[in-house]
Design a protein around this ligand. Structure first.
Ligand code: KIV
Ligand code: ZN
Length: 386
């Protein structure tokens, strides 16, 4: 039986930290409603102590969103936790996400703590958050660069204090997939009481490994993935929601499932991109404008014969109308003829050859040959235009 992986979306918190991408509370609500419809389990809606505007956004989402948990971030600081709790009042399933850095780098050069103080703070922040809400998630910032032995000690303290979810962020996107997977397995094998909590993967993409690391995490026992639409987030971004969801869907042998309605992936990607003024790179997996375009002759010929030759995702599955064949100087006769027939233009063998030579000259000049250009090309030939 497939194991259900919870999808924790942090587009509105980690994603919104991208410079120039700040959202008003109404924009946050608009995106949150789409995330709820998409089927995400948790919406991290903001960091209430950071500004009055963010506090109000979390408050608004807490009132309006019913089907996903609403999560608010806080540091391991009493006032942060209390402010998060106030912002979450009214939420059907409020979650406080609290924690602190655990790597030597963070402990000694950012927090100026001893390791004992980290353990005390972990206990204190989870206990305090639990006095307000049932769903408390603890994060061990920079867990990716924290020794497994110390990380296990911190996580054990957090679980004993009542954390329902323990987040193991690869904050700097440093880990290799096998290393991050082994870290999760180490926690599963060595933390007393871990069976009472869900382990969460929170990966950054500094080395382009966020998706691979998140998948390695669930293969080793994590039950939640933290991610953002289009992979937006600090620096090189976070794990991309659409990528992990489609990896899980396309690989049933892994025996995982999510509650995501994948047909809404492309529409929400477009909506987030427009609202946050963050263009999606054309070759972005799953939702980029070229993700379902075929432009070389060999691929076009293969796709025309059978889509499965080059498409592992049916575009319809992710809400894209259909894949497209882009006509360029790399296209072959088969692709040209295919498009002409779609336009109602039927050419004989010789005419097709002549048109193809003219097409190549044109494509070398203008790069992408569109339908209007094709109509111009065939106007001197005997054609049937339906
Ligand atoms: O990347 C990170 O460590 C975070 C934590 C604050 C959860 O975003
Ligand atoms: Zn993060």
């Amino acid at each position: 039986m497939a194991r259900r992986i919870a999808i924790f979306d942090t587009t509105l918190r980690d994603g919104e930290q991208v410079p120039g991408c700040g959202l008003s509370k109404n924009e946050k609500l608009k995106i949150a409603k789409e995330l709820e419809a998409l089927g995400v389990d948790v919406i991290e809606s903001g960091f209430p102590i950071s500004s009055p505007g963010d506090f109000e956004s979390v408050r608004l989402l807490s009132k309006e969103i019913k089907n996903s948990s609403i999560c608010a971030l806080s540091r391991a600081v009493k006032n942060d936790i209390e402010t998060a709790a106030r912002a979450l009042e009214g939420a059907v399933r409020p979650r406080i996400h609290t924690g602190l850095g655990t790597s030597d780098q963070h402990v000694f050069t950012k927090l100026n703590f001893t390791r004992e103080q980290v353990l005390e703070k972990a206990h204190e922040c989870v206990t305090h958050a639990r006095s307000f809400v049932d769903e408390v998630e603890f994060y061990a910032e920079d867990a990716g660069r924290t020794s497994n032995e110390f990380l296990a000690q911190v996580i054990e303290v957090a679980v004993a204090a009542g954390a329902k979810v323990v987040n193991i962020p690869d904050t700097t996107g440093f880990c290799l997939p096998e290393e991050y997977g082994a870290k999760i397995k180490y926690l599963v094998d060595n933390v007393k009481g871990i069976e009472n909590a869900t382990i969460s993967a929170h990966c950054h993409n500094d080395l382009g490994l966020a998706t691979a690391n998140s998948i390695a995490a669930i293969k080793n026992g994590a039950g939640q993935i933290e991610c953002t639409i289009n992979g937006i987030g600090e620096r090189a971004g976070n794990t991309s929601l659409e990528e992990v969801v489609m990896v899980i869907k396309k690989h049933p042998e892994l025996a995982f499932e999510t509650g995501i309605n994948t047909q809404l992936l492309f529409p929400i990607s477009q909506m987030v991109s427009n609202t946050m003024c963050m263009p999606v790179q054309a070759n972005k997996a799953v939702v980029g404008s070229n993700a379902f375009s075929h432009s070389s002759g060999i691929h076009q010929d293969g796709v025309i014969k059978n889509r499965d030759n080059y498409e592992i995702i049916d575009p319809y599955e992710v809400g894209v109308n259909k894949s497209s064949i882009i006509l360029t100087a790399r296209s072959g006769r088969a692709a040209l003829n295919f498009r002409l027939i779609e336009l109602g233009v039927h050419l004989g063998k010789e005419e097709l050859e002549e048109t193809y030579q003219e097409f190549l000259e044109m494509a070398d000049r203008i790069n992408i040959v569109e339908d209007k250009d094709l109509k111009y090309l065939v106007k001197n030939h005997e054609v049937v235009v339906k």
